[in-house]
Design a protein. Sequence first.
Length: 407
Amino acid sequence: MPETSIKLEGFTESVIRMMTRVANEYGAINLSQGFPDFDPPPAILDALAKAAYEGPHQYEVTWGSQLFREKLAAKQTRLMGIEIDPDKNIVVTCGSTEAMMTAMLTVCNPGDKVVVFSPFYENYGADAILSGADPVFVPLVPPTFTFDPAVLEAAIAGGACGDHAGALTDKAGAKALILCNPSNPSGKVFTKEELETIAALAIKYDLFVITDEVYEHIVYKPYKHIYIASLPGMAERTISCSSLSKTYSITGWRLGYVIASEAVISGAKKVHDFLTVGAPAPLQKAAVTGLEFGDDYYESLLDEYTRKKNLFLGGLDEAGLTYYEPQGAYYVLVDIENINPFETDGEYCLWLAKNVGVAAVPGSSFFKEDVNRYIRFHFAKKDETLRAAIERLSVLKNEKYSSTSFK
Ligand SMILES: Cc1ncc(COP(=O)(O)O)c(C=O)c1O
């Protein structure tokens, strides 16, 4: 038998999606994979029903329907404060997942270094390896998840590149940096000062910043989302990836996008075309309704998630659990250092799903460093689901679960 690609050795299957299967197996409440159990806005569903009868049902323009791109350009120009031409600066993709992969394949040569903050959303490791790049990790240090600018600069500037077979690069430092803001799993929202530090280094060392901003509308007060593309000198070198998945509660529709300079987008159009041909045509049509929503929609989305955050964190308090309050996104990292009698966070998550009936993701799957003390829950769920999870988790405050006796 011929062998499969050596690239596969660089990453495991998704631990997040594996935990969803575990949740299903044990009938646990699934607070692992981040997707809502409530419906999208009714206006979007009405538009979907209409699109079912009126179409389109065939291939759209590969880089996205004209109307979708025009509405998206209008919305993001307003929010990001940069000029976005619907024909030159956008590719519509199958979610931010494809947007990130497209961005990486568009700019990376085999052997290029790509800087990734750790903890990180697990796709980035695989994105780097599949695009032939070498990820270099920079720690975001709990409890504030801040980075040391000197460590970041060393990661960007230093080290030999292209030391593996087939490397093509002649670039001395990193080619790109991946910035997940607001961040999954930590819930960190990067401050203006931090973004300015990153921007200054990106300009100094001539690198792309590839953003993943899928939680751009879920930033809790008083924190604010700042698009790094909006900082001076950054529009040209930022490749902004995001999606409609979280903003309109349509993770299954697979609609995302890349916004970047005309030069990058002309490359990204080619990559995207050969990867997927295009995002689903009738869903693009229906989602235009969401792109036209006014500010009141985004305000009520945030109010809802603020309420859910407070409800769930209140439940964690009652269960006596220690956690980091998120500034954005809809995840919370819980510290299990003092309650985990097993060797690993993975074993604790399996035990929790099977015996307590709540599924979480082992934090170690997000860290490059050897960190075993966190598990991640998400709270994008109906209140009744969250209340049921809280009730189940409340057993953790019982003495028998706080000792090693429950193993
Ligand atoms: C940081 C981050 N990026 C991307 C995604 C996936 O987004 P999409 O559904 O747009 O592919 C997720 C989903 O959980 C995420 O947390």
